[in-house]
Design a protein around this ligand. Structure first.
Ligand code: SF4
Length: 965
């Protein structure tokens, strides 16, 4: 159990002593469990412990004579954002305790968080730059590495154009690192820049942004304590977001709330459910429409809420009508009566919160799934209120921030998109000439065209030149903080790696990319440091920003992301332009300055009020924030929400408190209130898209209204409220089209300030869209997975038609039809799904290199139902081959015989790599950097299939065959 040694900020703890004692020595499993403060099984089952269960333990003494400095940072694993308190002695991180005052984590850590200190002492880190020479990793200097990498990039730029380089960023970056990396790609001249959100929640972002305006969790982990009913679909937070479980379980207990878990697998989270609904993978829409069928049938929908705040619900009704209990059961396997119970629980215990994660999003219908969930919550009137919401659990520690700052092939930072107006906005902020910026790109068309996403980069390497909509195929890839084994279709990925002319990996660990292919030359590894060795902010899943202090200097020869990005920009010849407004100390850009540039530019998401000074003040005064509302009740941050969750409007001096709950009309906009965003116009086919009679508290416009521009201000006569300086800036931006300057492009932020003064939201007040006419399926419809076990359903519920997007073809219907013709389901009779484990994070190279965590989970495995195992003659823990339907792919793993999965379903975790179709790749890692635990990658056997809106991969449902090995 975690141990609190003292009140307030904790000094040196029991974990510290154990870790220090273990440095460089073997540590037993028992020693780790005792030393790290974890009760065996406790973290796995419950994953975080309430304060009442914490007991006092033996204290450890400090290093004699050494001064101890205490610093705060944030766990670098998942998006919950638990505070880590580090004790530093002589520049070495020697002690760690969880942040007791953090309103989010409240003194808890899971196994991963409890062992993060290892990251800065781990001997398996990449220690210096490396280059692959004839298959051998050789040590080189930073100067040589940057010189050679830069020269090769410039050569590719000359011969193939800037779009032949793929810049793969990271959800492990700080916000400042994310923004800088996006800016680097822009100055290089390409939109081929992406990160992990593509493969976790790109469909969420697209789905919810297309419904009510912004692509993020609407409420918070803490607010779940206000929920009267908790519904979780496609998530397993007990393992993936362990500390969030304390809020969920408190909500369940405080409110005697029904806790409904919908999942193909009886997970460790489902073990806490009051109702468990097992579904066939890939049938989320039938199940959600099945719930909504009962809601409509019983008249449980919130009719007044729908009238005032929702567009297009009638179109949804027509679709939902088809999903009778009988049809839902036929397609999904869920009994109609059970879904009636779920619908009734949600309707009679309001508000209910709907929580989802990657089980729902990683599908070829991911965006449609998300839209269906959002519509269900709208029908029940659950969005924009305490205890309700769409609580979307993001993955990595800063995946929300990295998404917000445009590590995305389809947008510049803050979701401005790629149109000319967006580029001009950022050129103004960056003070670079728009024409110069345009000249960096192969063409204006490509400057404004979506790039190639991370799910498909290898297709763009392997394709014929004429099949990729850019001057040439991809020739080089630079990967910062991204595992190579989290993307489907690994056999093709390996071929893509082998064909690249240049591969650069910047990471604390070598990652799968470094070891999995047969490359002999043209690969470099740059030792990037962790976020504990630098400083900057990160945005957790609930949109709160937290500032992490640098705990120790980068270890060995590693450098932080800011420095590596600067060195590349300098070598590539545009550092002076790129860092015009960012102080560079030596070769290290100052993160506070980067955040100030973010504050000046990212108006559209409300990333403007969170100055470094305000964020640091919040970290210092964590104890002042309420543990449920997250609002400071006293102290210098009084009235503000913890971490100033976006939108935090206007200049920092305006003191906007942040928005704990999005679209909450019960509060004034200056107190965190809001309305649905008007981003799709004001009218559609004669029907108003603006809210009707619904507005946030204190609004002077007591009805819907469009987004604010100078034209709107003038019409209202509110332009007189602008200061002379604000008018000067607006005139400079607008020229002879001043009316077109909007709240998003007005760098004075005067339009925002005036809208707020009158109680209005700068982004307008619209209805949410139950029907989104710009999406392939305006109202979500069920489509069978590309590789479905139910051939009989394909003609009725086919995959979407083949199409092109993101510069590449997207096949769907033809691949599905081919699989039916070839009877793939007959040859591969199991449905394969995948997920996470509490011990590891993402691709797992970092956590599998951590000796404390490696102790806990030592083998890759596949869960198989006991009836199936018996039929196939497979014993628990025996080796089996799992075969996939493409590329003759196979993995050799241990069988975990369990009824967690139903008959006909196989589950594999996706954190493993280092084995390739039965063979160990340990020797391919640079010496001394191979993770302790290696295993086969689940994605070796996963298959083709992409969401049409975002090119999200279909990682959660395919087919496989299992045989004893
Ligand atoms: Fe908290 Fe997530 Fe880190 Fe665990 S992994 S300590 S839940 S932030």
């Amino acid at each position: 159990m975690l141990t609190k040694r003292s009140s307030g900020t904790a000094p040196r703890g029991h974990l510290a002593r154990s870790l220090t004692a273990g440095t460089g020595k073997g540590v037993s499993r028992r020693g780790f469990l005792h030393g790290s403060g974890l009760a065996a099984g406790g973290m796995a089952a419950l994953s975080a412990l309430p304060a009442a269960m914490i007991r006092r333990a033996e204290a450890a003494g400090p290093i004699p004579g050494a001064e101890t400095v205490t610093r705060k940072n944030i766990c670098t694993h998942c998006s919950v954002g638990c505070t880590v308190i580090a004790e530093i002695q002589n520049g070495v991180w020697t002690g760690q305790e969880p942040g007791w005052e953090s309103p989010i984590s409240q003194g808890t850590h899971c196994a991963k968080g409890a062992s993060v200190r290892e990251l800065t002492t781990g001997e398996r880190r990449v220690k210096y730059p490396l280059k692959l020479v004839d298959g051998e990793w050789k040590r080189i200097s930073w100067d040589v590495a940057i010189e050679e990498i830069g020269n090769k990039l410039l050569e590719i730029r000359r011969t193939s154009g800037p779009d032949s380089v793929f810049w793969l960023g990271s959800a492990k970056f700080s916000n400042e690192g994310s923004y800088l990396f996006r800016k680097l790609a822009a100055f290089w001249g390409t939109n081929n820049v992406d990160h992990q959100a593509r493969i976790c929640h790109s469909t969420t972002v697209a789905g919810v942004a297309n419904t009510w305006g912004y692509g993020a969790m609407t409420n918070s982990y803490n607010d779940i304590q206000n929920s009267k009913c908790l519904v979780l679909i496609g998530g397993n937070p007990a393992e993936a977001h362990p500390v969030s479980m304390q809020h969920m379980l408190r909500g369940k207990e405080r409110n005697r709330a029904p806790f409904i878990v919908i999942d193909p697998r009886f997970t460790r989270t489902a073990a806490h459910a009051t109702e468990y609904v097992r579904i066939r993978p890939g049938t989320d829409i039938p199940v959600v429409w099945g719930i909504l069928w009962h809601v409509f049938e019983q008249g449980w929908e919130d009719k007044e809420y729908i009238r005032q705040r929702v567009y297009g619900m009638d179109q949804v009704r027509a679709e939902v009508k088809k999903w009778t209990p009988q049809e839902v059961e036929r397609v999904s396997g869920v009994p109609g009566e059970q879904l009636k119970r779920v619908a009734e629980a949600m309707a009679k215990n309001r508000p209910s919160t709907l929580i989802w994660c990657m089980g729902a999003t990683q599908k070829s219908v991911g965006t449609a799934n998300v839209r269906a969930f959002s519509i269900l919550q709208l029908a029940l009137g659950n969005i924009g209120i305490e205890g309700g919401g769409a609580n979307i659990y993001r993955g990595h520690c800063n995946v929300q921030g990295a998404t917000d700052f445009g590590l995305d092939v389809s947008t510049l930072p803050s979701y401005y998109g790629l149109a000319e107006g967006a580029w001009k906005h950022f050129c103004r902020v960056w003070e670079v000439d728009y024409e110069w910026m345009k000249s960096r790109f192969a063409s204006k068309a490509l400057m404004e065209a979506k790039g190639i996403p991370t799910t498909r980069w290898f297709d763009a390497v392997l394709a014929k030149k004429e099949d990729v909509e850019q001057p040439d195929t991809l020739k080089a890839m630079l990967c910062f903080g991204h595992g190579g084994n989290t993307v489907t279709r690994m056999p093709e990925m390996v071929k893509g790696l082998e064909k690249l002319e240049l591969l650069v990996i910047a990471d604390p660990h070598p990652t799968t990319f470094a070891s999995i292919s047969g490359r002999k030359n043209g690969s470099y590894i740059l030792p990037g440091c962790t976020q504990f060795e630098t400083d900057g902010s990160r945005t957790c899943s609930n949109r709160s920003m937290q500032w992490g202090e640098k705990l120790v200097e980068p270890i060995f020869e590693s450098k932080d992301d800011y420095t590596i990005i600067y060195l590349l920009a300098k070598k590539l010849g545009f550092a002076d332009e790129m860092f015009k407004h960012i102080t560079v100390e030596g070769t290290r850009p100052v993160p506070e300055d980067i955040l100030r540039e973010i504050n000046r530019s990212c108006l559209s998401t409300g990333y403007t009020g969170q100055s470094p000074e305000r964020l640091k003040l919040h970290m210092k005064h964590q104890a002042d924030f309420d543990k449920i509302t997250m609002r400071a009740e006293s102290g210098p941050c009084k009235g503000e929400y913890y971490g100033l969750p976006w939108p935090c409007w206007g200049h920092p001096e305006l003191k906007h408190p942040g928005s704990a709950i999005l679209y909450d009309t019960s509060k004034h906009v200056m107190e965190g209130g809001g309305v649905f965003r008007a981003r799709f116009g004001v009218e559609r086919e004669g029907v108003s898209l603006l809210a009707e009679g619904s507005y946030s508290k204190g609004s002077e416009i007591q009805d819907g209204y469009p987004e604010f521009t100078m034209a709107v201000l003038r019409k209202l006569g509110w332009d007189k409220d602008l200061t002379a300086e604000e008018m000067r800036v607006i005139q400079a931006i607008g020229g002879d089209k001043i009316d077109e300057v909007s709240w998003q492009t007005d760098l004075s932020m005067g339009i925002i300030r005036v809208a707020l003064k009158h109680g209005c939201s700068p982004h307008g007040n619209a209805k949410a869209r139950a029907a989104a006419w710009n999406l392939p399926d305006p109202v979500p419809v069920h489509r069978e997975p590309i590789y479905t076990p139910r051939k009989d359903l394909v003609s009725q519920y086919p995959a979407i038609n083949d199409r092109r997007d993101f510069r590449l073809p997207q096949l769907a219907k033809s691949v599905q039809a081919g699989a039916v013709d070839k009877d793939v389901a007959g040859k591969f009779p199991f449905v394969l799904t995948s997920g996470r484990l509490v011990e590891y994070e993402g691709g797992g190279e970092e956590t599998r290199s951590n000796r404390w965590l490696a102790e806990l989970q030592q083998s890759m495995f596949a869960e198989i139902n006991s009836k199936d195992a018996e039929r196939l003659g497979i014993r628990n823990d025996a080796w089996v081959w799992v075969y996939g339907p493409e590329n003759n792919a196979k993995v050799k793993v241990r069988a975990l015989v369990t009824n967690r999965v139903g008959p006909g379903t196989v589950f594999m975790p996706f954190h493993f790599s280092g084995y390739w179709q039965g063979e160990s790749r340990r020797a391919a890692y640079p010496p001394g950097t191979d993770p302790i635990v290696l295993g086969e990658s689940a994605n070796t056997v996963t298959t083709y299939g992409y969401d049409p809106v975002t090119f999200m991969q279909e990682a959660k449902v395919t087919l496989c065959r299992v045989e004893p090995a």
